[in-house]
Write a protein that binds this ligand. Structure first.
Ligand SMILES: NC(=O)C1=CN([C@@H]2O[C@H](COP(=O)(O)OP(=O)(O)OC[C@H]3O[C@@H](n4cnc5c(N)ncnc54)[C@H](O)[C@@H]3O)[C@@H](O)[C@H]2O)[C@@H](O)CC1
Ligand SMILES: [K+]
Length: 515
């Protein structure tokens, strides 16, 4: 699914109105009616107090439509116009009049003295600012947002929590409404995936308002939200006549005294995702550990307790490098020599990223489309300190373009960056916040490339499967008991899940009246 930016959404709105013969008011009516139905199906007429706060633009227009439907269905509703400007959009005015026609006059709020009392047990519908936000809320609209937040009331945000930009940072979180749930139109917004918005965005879902898909395609959106529909077609079926050589040879380089586990996990992951052969290359101290821990893997060794020579004999299809490797001086020198001579595709993680960050020229030697998998601290070493989360993404895009590499920004919502393109992952949860889960990801991506998945696809697909193991496992074992090894245990479920049919909701049938 595409993630459109605010300009693309505005263009798609216009194009849909121009080419599909639907008026702007009708598009609003459809969109806001779907939001009303969402709430109505949950409340089933319950007399909970509902406050609908409407801005003066089209997001406010959505609020007015919802208020009308809520009134007409007998709900206990108060509707307010947050009067931060005297301007009104036509669609707002049309729906203002429609509300008046059914005898309901919204209250106009122009000052903080006019805020209504909102109680914790009420519901707030947030239709103050939407995609048209042009500057961060100030004055009494900022105070209103802060007041609503202070009540901790359940808030249903329409399109986007007010004060949040779709695709750029508002780092003053005190000017963003904290939404309990967001019904967003057409596509998720990039802002939903930025850690800086964690207070404001909770759960969300997309309401399909039927914008012109053909037109959206012409915009060639660069950002994508990656779910099962996107992943399933990437799967490569295995040929009956294939043999282990068909599925490539992964070499996992890493480890140091006390950190052989990292290489063990990455090597196991490469095997478990289907790499035909796996060799681990570690310091001598890792030899017995690896041979005992993974009978399926081959092992080559370097110096005693830390890597120095990087002179393996194996001729791998792909190399995953970095887990547990350390950054000692001898490892650093050996690594630099290795990188400047290596031509084999690379997946670069952990200390290999740290060493790369110490010597920026080294990145120019990386094979095209090498994959870097930094966690936030490693990323900061690589691209410098960012001002905010959109600056972080821009810096990562710049690094990716300058060095022709793919960056996997690991976080609650992992984002794969390929030049300007962004692929936001949909799977994973807090169970993955555990030692070694990154090592397993390195092994998975490496093992996918070994089997012939293109680098970018391996990164997107690997991140998805890695996260999916946590989604499946946490249903069965919760978050705490999930360890990096659990990712390996659940990889088969994550793969098989791609081919499971979604359960159809049973159709509700009206009961026949008794004769
Ligand atoms: N036909 C359409 O175009 C549709 C639009 N829809 C709704 O329309 C919204 C976008 O509407 P608009 O473009 O009118 O904009 P908004 O309603 O998001 O913005 C409100 C207005 O406030 C002004 N403004 C922005 N930031 C401000 C600030 N910090 N302080 C004071 N004023 C500020 C802007 O100039 C804008 O006119 C979407 O988010 C969605 O909710 C939906 O109804 C679907 C159909
Ligand atoms: K809103």
């Amino acid at each position: 699914m595409y993630i459109l930016n605010s300009k693309q959404i505005a263009k798609a709105d216009k194009a849909t109105i121009n080419t599909n013969g639907i008026s702007s008011v009708d598009l609003m009516e459809n969109a806001a009616t779907l939001c009303f139905q969402w709430l109505h199906s949950r409340l089933q007429g319950q007399q909970i107090k509902i406050h609908v706060f409407c801005g003066i633009g089209n997001n406010g227009g959505d609020g007015l439509v919802m208020a009308r439907h809520l009134h007409q269905h007998g709900y206990n509703v108060s509707c307010y116009v947050v009067n931060f400007s005297d301007k009104r959009t036509n669609e707002f005015l049309t729906n203002y009049n429609r509300l008046k026609e059914i005898g309901e006059w919204p209250e106009v709020i122009s000052h903080e003295n006019e805020f209504p009392e909102v109680k914790f047990e009420d519901i707030v519908i947030d239709a103050i600012f939407g995609n048209g936000l042009s500057r961060k809320p100030a004055g009494f609209s900022k105070k209103l947002i802060q007041y609503i937040n202070s009540t901790k009331v359940f808030t249903l945000a329409i399109d986007i929590p007010s004060g949040m930009y779709s695709d750029k940072s508002n780092t003053d979180s005190s000017t963003i409404l904290n939404a309990g749930h967001t019904l967003t139109f057409q596509c998720p917004k990039l802002a939903f995936f930025l850690p800086e918005n964690k207070e404001a965005i909770n759960t969300w879902e997309v309401i399909d308002i039927g914008l012109d898909q053909n037109f959206i395609e012409t915009l060639k959106p660069a950002s994508h939200f990656i779910g099962k529909n996107e992943i399933k077609p990437l799967y490569k079926p295995r040929d009956k006549w294939s043999h282990k050589g068909t599925f490539g040879h992964s070499l996992i380089i890493g480890g140091s005294f006390g950190k052989i586990g990292a290489v063990t996990l990455a090597s196991k992951a490469a095997l478990k995702i289907g790499s035909g052969l796996v060799t681990a290359y570690t310091p001598k101290c890792g030899y017995n550990i690896l041979q005992i821990a993974i009978p399926e893997a081959m092992v080559e060794v370097d110096d005693d307790n830390a890597l120095k020579y990087f002179n393996f004999k194996t001729k791998p299809t792909v190399i995953g490098i970095g887990p547990g490797m350390g950054t000692s001086e001898k490892t650093k020198l050996g690594f630099e020599k290795f990188i400047s001579e290596n031509k084999t595709p690379l997946v670069i993680d952990a200390d290999a990223i740290n060493l790369l960050a110490l010597n920026p020229n080294l990145a120019t030697h990386l094979p095209k489309n090498s994959i870097l998998t930094p966690h936030p601290k490693e990323l900061e070493r690589l691209i410098g300190t960012w001002k905010n989360d959109t600056d972080k993404i821009k810096r990562a895009q710049k690094y990716s373009k300058e060095n022709n590499v793919i960056i996997v920004i690991k976080d609650a919502h992992t984002i794969v960056v390929n030049g300007n393109e962004l692929f936001v992952n949909s799977t994973g949860n807090q169970a993955l916040a555990t030692a070694g889960s990154g090592d397993v990801l390195t092994g998975i991506i490496t093992g996918l490339i070994a089997q012939g998945y293109e680098n970018l696809i391996a990164a997107i697909y690997g991140v998805y499967l890695h996260g999916k193991t946590a989604d499946i496992a946490s249903q069965e074992i919760g978050f705490e008991a999930f360890t990096a090894s659990t990712i390996l245990d659940y990889l088969p479920d994550a793969i098989l899940d791609l081919f499971k049919q979604e359960q159809q909701q049973p159709q509700q049938t009206e009961e026949e009246p008794e004769n």
